[in-house]
Design a protein around this ligand. Structure first.
Ligand SMILES: [Fe+2]
Length: 311
């Protein structure tokens, strides 16, 4: 994976924007298209369904799917194989003891019911809201390309999914305030801290950057993120963050909010869009989500989906 040096990245982005047109996935969401679930069988998804998922991820940065019945971890892995995602990636922090455990399959069961008594709170295993982030807090930008989230049981109330097309919004920022955009591409500008499983490790890097010619992100706006602008120019960085905060609000074309029902799920281009969740309350049975992280890119595997369709 080739990550461009920061100045080269800015030059590449300027050239890409100057070339005219905006690549698919770097434009606003289209709710009429994006919120129409793609119905499929997780275990036996076939060619047309796989192509539709790949196209939707390419165009929107995510695909909303609906399975015939509530998923199991092996269903998630089967769908991932159909999409050419390969085996799940397990970030090392999940090997620590704590509230978020991933078994040997590589699929995490995310539920507030799994919180370890006395362990520090983490949004993944609590009912609080979760603000914008990408999965893989400590991983390098672009390392986790795809995050698959399947709903086994929704919350009694709340627990809505929220999505922010961060790379699309960043293109808009770059067109209106180039200096602020460049500030967000500087190395070390965003320091993320992993707090899951009593961890306190940090990872510094750019918030946006060019990787192998594609604009990618590790943007996050949670309470454990810190910002450290190049040359200490906080004013320029602040302009960029304020602009992106505004573009992430409800009503923005880069914002979506919806609620996953049982057997629905999201396949997200984790290095292109950010996600989060609203707070929720539990019913008699706790909210339960399954999640798998993958280093492969559904968009890049479109040909694999086509291969699978021919089998
Ligand atoms: Fe997440």
């Amino acid at each position: 994976m080739h990550v461009s040096a920061p100045d080269a990245a800015a030059t590449q982005l300027r050239q890409a924007l100057a070339a005219g047109g905006t690549p698919a996935g770097l434009v606003a969401f289209d709710p009429d298209r994006d919120l129409r679930p793609i119905t499929l069988s997780l275990r036996a998804a076939h060619g047309a369904q796989l192509r539709e998922v790949a196209d939707r991820v390419a165009d929107a940065g995510f695909a909303l799917i609906e399975a015939h019945e509530p998923p199991t971890p092996s269903d998630l892995l089967a769908l991932a194989r159909h999409l050419g995602l390969g085996e799940p990636f397990l970030p090392p922090i999940y090997r620590r003891r704590g509230s978020v455990q991933v078994d040997d399959s590589g699929v995490a069961e995310l539920s507030a019911a799994n919180a370890v008594p006395g362990a520090p709170m983490h949004p993944a295993t609590s009912t609080v809201g979760q603000n914008w982030h990408i999965d893989g807090t400590l991983q390098a930008m672009g390392e986790i390309r795809t995050s698959v989230l399947l709903c086994v049981r929704p919350a009694a109330t709340g627990g809505d999914s929220i999505l922010f097309n961060a790379t699309g919004a960043f293109v808009e920022l770059a067109r209106s305030d180039w200096a602020a955009a460049v500030s967000l591409m500087s190395p070390g500008v965003l320091i993320r801290t992993a707090t899951v499983n009593d961890c306190d490790e940090r990872s510094a890097g750019p918030a946006f950057g060019m990787v192998a010619g594609h604009l990618l992100t590790r943007y996050a706006r949670t309470n454990v993120d810190r910002w450290c602008p190049r040359d200490g120019d906080m004013d320029t960085l602040r302009r960029g963050l304020d602009a992106l905060d505004a573009l992430a609000l409800p009503g923005s074309p880069f914002h979506l909010r919806f609620r996953l029902s049982s057997a629905q799920g999201l396949i997200m281009a984790n290095a292109r869009i950010c996600h989060g969740r609203t707070p929720y309350t539990e019913g008699p049975q706790p909210r339960l989500m399954l999640r798998g992280l993958f280093r492969a890119d559904v968009v890049g595997e479109r040909s694999s989906a086509r291969e699978a369709a021919r089998r």
